[in-house]
Design a protein around this ligand. Structure first.
Ligand code: AMP
Length: 210
């Protein structure tokens, strides 16, 4: 199954993908995680992406498209994937469609995570990541065990100023993907306001998984 997750920053795409990938037995491909990994390893890609990411801007299409095309060509993605954070622009969506056409595969679903901007700002302020396991917690909605609290970190681009830039980008660059994929009858709207289990239940229902 090939699934794309679209939604504003911090709407729970990554958290839900971590659960869903185990159920569907397909890899979770997160463009943001791949770029952060490249930045932390100091690769050429990471050096190119770093400044854009710090400012909450989008990394240029050609760079991200090349990175994702290489990733989906790997054997583990042959039978499907959960794509989170890509595509984020119409150019990226068209590049993905072209790649699908060439390889004769098709997209099955687009899950659109919906949450109002006010809620997104509150959630992102409370988002924390465990650097040891990569697990994402939320101090308000999905609190971590007390014993690991002191080692949790906040993503640098989750500060309010940068987050607001990311939200503006979401509305201007990514939202046009909704009519693009709606025309292909692929979109399921998921109300992303609620606790982890509630949102997960809505996704399972949309996908017809028990
Ligand atoms: P995310 O973890 O998905 O919130 O992504 C973090 C940051 O990585 C974004 O704010 C962008 O700077 C960059 N990024 C991730 N995915 C993309 C993409 N598909 N296109 C452009 N920039 C991206």
């Amino acid at each position: 199954m090939r699934i794309i997750l679209i939604g504003p920053p911090g709407s729970g795409k990554g958290t839900q993908a971590q659960k869903l990938m185990k159920v569907l037995e397909i890899p979770h491909i997160s463009s943001g995680d791949m770029l952060r990994e490249a930045v932390s390893q100091g690769t050429a890609l990471g050096k190119l992406a770093d400044n854009y990411m710090k400012q909450g801007a989008l990394v240029p299409d050609n760079i991200v498209i090349e990175m994702i095309m290489e990733r989906i060509s790997r054997p583990d993605a042959k039978n499907g994937f959960l794509m989170d954070g890509f595509p984020r622009t119409l150019t990226q969506a068209q590049a993905l469609d072209l790649a699908f056409e060439k390889t004769g595969v098709k997209l099955d679903h687009v899950l659109l995570f919906e949450a109002p901007d006010d809620e997104i700002i509150i959630r992102n302020a409370a988002r924390r990541i465990d650097p040891l396991t990569g697990i994402i917690y939320n101090l308000r909605f999905d609190p971590p065990p007390k014993e690991i609290l002191s080692r949790l970190v906040q993503r640098p681009d989750d500060d309010e100023k940068t987050l607001r830039v990311r939200l503006v980008k979401y509305h201007s660059e990514t939202k046009p993907l909704i009519p693009y994929y709606s025309k292909q009858n692929l979109v399921y709207e998921i109300d992303a306001v609620g606790n982890l289990e509630e949102v997960q239940g809505r996704i399972f229902k949309a996908l017809g998984i028990a």
